[in-house]
Ligand binder design. Sequence first.
Ligand SMILES: NC(=O)c1ccc[n+]([C@@H]2O[C@H](COP(=O)([O-])OP(=O)(O)OC[C@H]3O[C@@H](n4cnc5c(N)ncnc54)[C@H](OP(=O)(O)O)[C@@H]3O)[C@@H](O)[C@H]2O)c1
Length: 286
Amino acid sequence: MKKMMVTGSCGQLGRAVKKRMGADWELLQTDIFEADGIRSLDITNVDAVLDFVRTEHPEVIINCAAYTAVDKQEQDVENSFRINSIGPRNLAIAAEETGARLVHISTDYVFSGDKETPYTEFDTPGPISVYGRSKLAAENYIREFSRRHYILRTAWLYGEGRNFARTMLELAKTRDNVSVVNDQIGNPTSADELARAIEYLIATDGYGLYHATCEGVCSWADFAKEVFSLAGKDVHVEAISSEEYQRRNPAAAPRPKFSHLDKMMFRLTGDFRMADWHDALERYLK
Ligand SMILES: NC(=O)c1ccc[n+]([C@@H]2O[C@H](COP(=O)([O-])OP(=O)(O)OC[C@H]3O[C@@H](n4cnc5c(N)ncnc54)[C@H](OP(=O)(O)O)[C@@H]3O)[C@@H](O)[C@H]2O)c1
């Protein structure tokens, strides 16, 4: 069986990737902390990464490791670039040296959100947060250091782990009213759908940059309403502006107002389709 290395394999996407690929690949599961069946590998340590990849010789490396606490990174800048930029750089160097193909996940937050039509893979990024800048630096390192790469930009991800949908369900246990931003627009995407996109791409030689989000857009407030409706929770969503949210949470990182990702590359290179966000969310909540 061919070997697939999964970094950050205890995270939301890591779990979805392992569930989807486990039958067809020998999985080399790593994360920052050792756990049952999971080996400890800090992707920020270039020597450790090179040593692991040279020894194990995976055919494919799926980088699911990242620092995803967007607000925290505004004050924790060096760790942001260490984990989100240098980590992927290290994996790119190791992949290139050993001939492995590298899958890396990026984000809609590489864009400013100032555009009024969907962002394609050919639009110029302009991140407005530390997280967005660190993820854009990773994209650039990967292009620079590894030839056989797939970069998938995703958005508003939910799976097994901490995410917006889970937070809403937690709040529903104690509250009948929540305030949610209604002027940021994006594409809620399930980790299962993103894993399906990865599986599709690695079966091709179509290297490069892809937008990989569920179909359709909404605001965070619409997303919350759909979570409550599908879960049968009677919670009122009070729609608030980003400015009001920022006033109530001064430490929050700036976020793009409009980050609808257009999956132009999937259209130009084949016929892969991702599920509608409502359908994917319904499957997740079941
Ligand atoms: N979540 C979203 O809404 C979203 C949106 C767009 C793009 N993305 C991107 O999608 C990818 C997957 O996100 P996710 O939500 O699955 O992330 P996640 O649940 O936060 O998982 C990330 C994993 O990486 C681990 N990790 C952190 N630092 C590491 C290091 N130095 N070395 C090795 N592992 C390390 C984390 O461990 P600890 O938990 O112990 O830190 C965690 O297990 C990321 O690239 C993220 O930037 C996410």
